[in-house]
Design a protein around this ligand. Structure first.
Ligand code: SF4
Length: 670
């Protein structure tokens, strides 16, 4: 497939299988390793990648370490959306570095303020049948256009840009049958909230949802992408719609009709499960604080006083999302004790609203505007007042996410949000319409002049051939990413730190803002490694020539934070001896070339901090050959056994010194 001609295609579909789901068709088309069977690990080729500003700097530093001249995927796009207020030079430096990286390596660069990655990508680049990997959890948004889009860690993005496959366990494919049509005042947001109400925030783990049926066909592309965006809240790997005339029309309106591909599941496709929703039964719904699946009909919480209403985000920030709210407040006033803010998902949406006069109408009604950014969604700006209700069209209302502990954030459609702004309290828009007498359901029809995006002409997107930088510009807070040498035959060093059970990634690298601002600066960040356990550790590790960590059960639980493996690696740690490991952190240890060895309770009890640890076996040979048991000699005095539980792929990664090093070996020649 295209630029990846160097791959040996060893992937295969099981013989005699039934018809294929849409997801299986796309996976099959991109399969480079493994068998397309639920639960099996496969490698797929990635066509497009996206990164945003908080994850992007590490992605590009890792890409730099690969020493490639340019990105190998068909398309890469770098967005600046999470921290666009640039209140610290570190953010501005990060953005300038991202621009220079995009220019140097051939990615599109979306300037700060141009919009949220998922909205802008949808408007400009998303294409049916392609695979998209993004370093943001809501990457599945363009599934509404038939693109198979998956969120992943930064190193996976860098490796994909370097030409490597993305490895994923084949998820269960679940069919969501949408029947009937939405009644007045019910919206696509209510379909997504209904899914959350039924399945919960864990209901999609290990699954891809495939939306089909006449109800799916009745939805516009922005409505479909609202649903695929919120699929992340179900914990799903991705969500996707079949393509049809609406997809084709939408693409043709931005001059990209040649990218249309007809994609449908086979009639006899074999789904793991089916969820049926009759759209005509839906009514306006709302997610109560502080979980997206805490969903009830709006009428159940009507009358609750509302101090803040926000319309926008990557979920409902398109022109087509904001327009209904604009029509509802036209010639009316926002309640005096309520603040209504529109935070468009893209500058394109802002521009279209302005050109058509809707911005002026909303301003006249008392609405304020934010620049097109994530901002308030992650507590940067527009923090709700203490002890107040904020109604938002966003996708997450986790406690404290709005920027204040004990917040009270509800999630709803733009229509419900606008109704609350007018009334000053939560109200079902159907009841408000009865009360006002002249409030009509706004709806949305695409007129002839309607264009949902700027195609390739967006002035705020710098294309690779317009790049203004051809070398990386690193401010003082941007360091290099360390690369590890291939695994040695002989591993020996001090047990630098002995820890208890349940050490979290927060213990390893704290996530407080005063420390995470060094996310682009591994040397600086690593000074904080395990400082919550022992503030002398980083200094001692730096001074010693290699060394080990020793821990009890469940080492590395918590987030998927890559820095929790990267920083110990930078400090020279060779391996971790623990009674057990948290799954994701163990994968990260492999990815950064640290040997994770499991020891039993007695061994853990006998090893003391400061002991000299030696792996007696030839480690390099053992890892490569599939050896599972290694002998650990302590203080040249006593010996114990340690287990290495690793797949063949993980052993290859470990032997090479980590995933970056392996990728460099495999594809670094260009
Ligand atoms: Fe993430 Fe919120 Fe930004 Fe969407 S708007 S990408 S959910 S931070």
């Amino acid at each position: 497939m295209g630029k990846h001609a160097g791959f040996i295609v060893v992937g295969s579909r099981l013989p005699g299988a039934m018809g294929q789901t849409l997801t299986e068709k796309i996976l099959d088309d991109h399969l480079v390793e493994g068998e397309l069977e639920t639960g099996e690990e496969i490698g797929i080729e990635i066509d497009q990648v996206l990164t945003q500003d908080t994850t992007g700097t590490m992605v590009w530093l890792q890409f730099e370490a690969l020493e490639l001249d340019e990105v190998q995927t068909e398309l890469a796009a770098q967005y600046c959306d999470h921290q666009t207020y640039q209140f610290d030079f570190k953010n501005t430096d990060d953005h300038r570095f991202l621009r220079s990286a995009a220019g140097t390596y051939g990615a599109y660069f979306s300037r700060p303020g141009n919009g949220i990655c998922h909205q802008v990508h949808k408007e400009n680049f998303a294409a049916p049948g392609k695979t998209l990997l993004g370093s943001d959890s809501h990457t599945p948004t363009p599934g509404g256009l038939g693109e198979l889009a998956i969120g992943a860690g930064g190193l996976d993005i860098a490796v994909a840009m370097g030409g490597g496959p993305y490895y994923v366990e084949v998820p269960e494919i679940v069919n969501v049958q949408l029947e009937g049509e939405l009644p007045e005042w019910a919206t696509a947001k209510d379909i997504a909230l209904e899914m959350l109400r039924r399945l919960s925030v864990k209901g999609g783990v290990g699954k891809i949802f495939e939306y089909t049926g006449e109800g799916a066909e009745s939805l516009t592309i922005p409505e479909r992408t609202t649903i695929t965006n919120l699929g992340t809240e179900l914990g799903a790997t991705s969500s996707i719609f079949e393509t049809d005339e609406k997809t084709k029309d939408w693409l043709s309106r931005i001059g990209r009709e040649d990218e249309y591909v007809e994609l449908q599941a086979d009639e006899d496709a074999d789904y793991a499960d089916t969820v049926t929703i009759d759209l005509s039964d839906l009514e306006p719904l709302i997610a109560q604080p502080s979980m997206p699946d805490n969903v009830v009909p709006v009428r159940e919480v009507a009358g609750e006083d509302v101090e803040q209403v926000m319309v926008g985000s990557c979920t409902n920030g398109a022109y087509e999302d904001i327009l209904p709210a604009a029509k509802m407040v036209e010639d009316r006033e926002v309640a005096k004790h309520t603040e209504m803010i529109v935070a468009p998902g893209s500058k394109q949406a802002s521009e279209m609203l302005a050109r058509e006069g809707w911005t002026a109408e909303m301003m006249a009604a008392g609405v304020n505007f934010s620049e097109a950014t994530c901002g308030a969604c992650i507590g940067i700006g527009h923090v709700p007042a203490s002890d107040s209700v904020s109604l938002r069209t966003f996708n997450r209302n986790f406690e404290g996410r709005s920027g204040i502990e004990d917040d009270s954030v509800y999630l709803c459609s733009p229509e419900v949000a606008a109704a609350a702004a007018i009334k000053g309290e939560i109200v079902d828009p159907r009841d408000l319409a009865d009360e006002l007498g002249d409030l009509e359901a706004p709806g949305f029809t695409m007129g002839d002049s309607y264009s949902p995006g700027m195609g390739q002409d967006d002035p705020d997107i710098i294309a690779p051939d317009e790049a203004i930088d051809d070398e990386l510009i690193k401010g003082p807070n941007i360091g290099d990413v360390p690369l590890k040498d291939p695994l040695d035959a002989h591993l020996e060093g001090e047990a630098l730190l002995k820890m208890e059970d349940n050490i979290t990634t927060d213990h390893i690298i704290p996530a407080t803002s005063d420390i995470l601002k060094f996310r682009s600066n591994v040397p600086k960040l690593s000074e904080f490694t395990l400082s919550r356990v022992d503030d002398t550790f980083a200094e001692r590790a730096k001074q010693s020539d290699g060394g080990f960590l020793v821990a009890g059960e469940n080492y590395g639980q918590g987030s998927s934070r890559e820095h929790a493996a990267l920083c110990p690696m930078y400090l020279g740690i060779e391996g971790v001896l623990a009674q057990s490991f948290a799954r994701i952190h163990k994968a990260n240890l492999f990815n950064f070339g640290l040997v994770p060895l499991t020891i039993d309770e007695d061994t853990y009890a006998r090893i003391e901090q400061g002991d000299d640890i030696e792996i007696v076996d030839d480690v390099e040979e053992g890892v490569k050959s599939g050896q599972e048991t290694f002998t650990v000699r302590v203080n040249d005095d006593w010996e114990a056994e340690a287990e290495l539980d690793a797949s063949e792929r993980e052993r290859r990664i470990l032997a090479a010194g980590g995933k970056l090093s392996l990728t460099k070996q495999q594809y670094g020649e260009g």
